[in-house]
Design a protein around this ligand. Structure first.
Ligand code: ZN
Length: 349
């Protein structure tokens, strides 16, 4: 099955969750590709809608007090980050002190150029620039055909329609990423934090934002909590009605982060990397998905199956049937590889 780029984005980043979400009340700005809503004093949230354009792709927001405003997220294109700047200037007269990239992934950092052009510092984990260089800058302009060839071969040689669909989703994902890499003008984060520097409490003037490091989805995951408003921006540590993208993940550490989130209490509002604002139920669903993937890995290891075999044989449980699982290798495949590596390394010889 051929899917075009728009359909890929719909399934990979938006998914059926978008269709079922309640419209946010009275947006301050609605650009189609994203909607900015003031959800509390000192807090506006930007919810991306990949159905209507790739400018944001990821969610974000502005946290503002009397003295300063802090933007969350670098988004996918400069237009997405420009929307955050516009939102910050609309809701607050305070200067924008910085923007936070929750992690180095392209849909959370490729819009940074708008911040750089306005001399807005960009905060990120200390490893983010090196990963942006290695995974993106170093691939810019090089011939991608040899990188795509193995994926194309897998599609051509797939043994059944399910495998073909999964391999095709991997190929579409790679093409989408390479296309973005070849067209982006990267702007690297400028204010870097190592684990020892965090958490960092930022007094914005009557409102506090706390930047924390929690490795899970990538080695560079930052979350931004606003304790006085019971809101947390989780980046991609939390996926809404989607299998988590896991190719940079530490699966066991991620499980621990979700357990931490689960303890935040029922009043907490989570702004996930993609999809609508959600609550503890979404955290629990993601824990259940990780547990299901882990028990599949354990079972497959017991039977002596290779990790490729385990990936092919994974069945999405009925309860998650309408969740996004795309690209298959970025989600299911990568998670199983992570569990295989962890489980086999602790197995007695
Ligand atoms: Zn990500």
């Amino acid at each position: 099955m051929q899917i075009d780029r728009r359909q890929f984005l719909l399934t990979a980043l938006g998914g059926p969750g978008l269709a079922s979400r309640k419209p946010a009340p009275a947006p301050l700005l609605d650009r189609g590709f994203a909607r900015v809503t003031k959800i509390a004093d000192g807090l506006s949230v930007t919810i991306a809608d990949p159905n209507k354009g790739p400018q944001c792709l990821s969610n974000g927001g502005v946290i503002f007090g009397r003295h300063a405003a802090l933007i969350v997220e670098g988004h996918f294109q400069p237009e997405g980050a420009a929307l955050e700047i516009e939102a910050a200037r609309l809701v607050s007269k305070a200067p924008i002190m910085a923007a936070v990239d929750t992690h180095y992934h392209l849909d959370h950092s490729f819009g940074n150029l708008s911040y750089a052009n306005q001399h807005i510092p960009i905060m990120a984990h200390v490893q983010a620039p090196a990963l942006m260089k290695a995974r993106y800058a170093d691939l810019k302009g090089i011939d991608k055909a040899p990188l795509l060839a193995p994926l194309e071969r897998k599609v051509a040689q797939a043994a059944n329609p399910d495998d073909r669909r999964h391999f095709q989703s991997d190929l579409d994902g790679a093409k989408w990423m390479f296309d973005a890499i070849d067209t982006v003008t990267l702007a690297y984060p400028t204010q870097l934090f190592a684990a020892k520097d965090l958490p960092k409490r930022i007094d914005l003037g009557g409102l506090t934002a706390i930047v924390e490091f929690h490795r899970g989805h990538t080695p560079t995951d930052l979350i931004v909590t606003v304790p006085e408003r019971d809101v947390v921006f989780t980046g991609d540590l939390l996926f809404h009605r989607a299998y988590p993208v896991s190719f940079d993940a530490d699966m066991n550490a991620w499980h621990g982060v979700l357990t931490l989130f689960a303890g935040y209490g029922r009043q907490m509002r989570f702004v996930p990397g993609h999809g609508p604002i959600c609550g503890l139920e979404t955290v629990r669903e993601q824990v259940d998905i990780l547990d299901d993937l882990r028990s599949h890995a354990e079972k497959m290891i017991r039977t002596g199956a290779s990790v490729d075999e385990a990936e092919r044989r994974y069945m999405v449980p009925k309860r998650f049937q309408d969740f996004d699982v795309s690209p298959w290798n970025w989600t299911v495949g990568a998670a199983l590889q992570g569990y295989y590596a962890a489980l086999i390394s602790v197995k007695p010889t």
